[in-house]
Design a protein around this ligand. Structure first.
Ligand SMILES: [Mg+2]
Length: 176
């Protein structure tokens, strides 16, 4: 039997992203209450454009660190027999830095399973874990919304949690 395929977003699922960018441009991360920054009323135009600009720099990607427990979570999935892929929508400017960061922090994910820059809604996988509700609801059989301040008002019909333990349990539930 072929393995079940689990796709994991990187930014704000495995590695800190929005809150780090907010801090670097002098914004209280708690202000970011929507995934789409154009909908965040507490941001000035300058702060918003500074955050967008940061996301196109290798220096920022190289600053990002994994969340505590992220590598253990990935390894636990692999040990349980899942095919784990990472699905990371980054612009071309930072693809190399992102790929190298994934390889460095998550060495058990094979290079062939690092998927960068594509539309995640096209991924025909068993489970997609993402903090952007707009990425869920495509080809993936099941979606799990990784809880962040930026999606706290989301009413999308997916389980919402930031607990790797709970996500692992949900994946087991969906695939057995
Ligand atoms: Mg994300």
């Amino acid at each position: 039997m072929s393995k079940h395929v689990i796709a994991l977003d990187v930014d704000d699922v495995l590695m800190e992203n929005v809150s780090l960018a907010a801090e670097l441009v002098g914004v209280d991360p708690g202000v970011i209450d929507a995934w789409d920054l154009t909908k965040v009323v507490g941001l000035t135009d300058k702060q918003r454009s500074d955050m967008y600009a940061l996301w196109r720099t290798e220096a920022f990607v190289k600053c990002q660190q994994p969340y505590a427990g992220a590598e253990d979570f990935v390894n636990r999935l692999i040990e349980a027999g899942y095919e784990v892929i990472v699905a990371s929508s980054v612009p071309p400017e930072v693809m190399s830095a992102r790929g190298l960061a994934i390889r460095g922090f998550f060495p058990n994910i094979p290079e062939r399973n690092i998927m960068l820059g594509g539309s995640k809604r096209l991924l025909n996988v068993d489970v997609l874990v993402d903090d952007n509700p707009g990425n869920l609801g495509g080809c993936a059989k099941h979606g799990i919304l990784f809880a962040q301040d930026s999606n706290r008002g989301c009413s999308a019909p997916y389980p919402r949690t930031n607990s790797y333990e709970k996500i692992f349990e949900l994946i087991r539930e969906y695939t057995t």
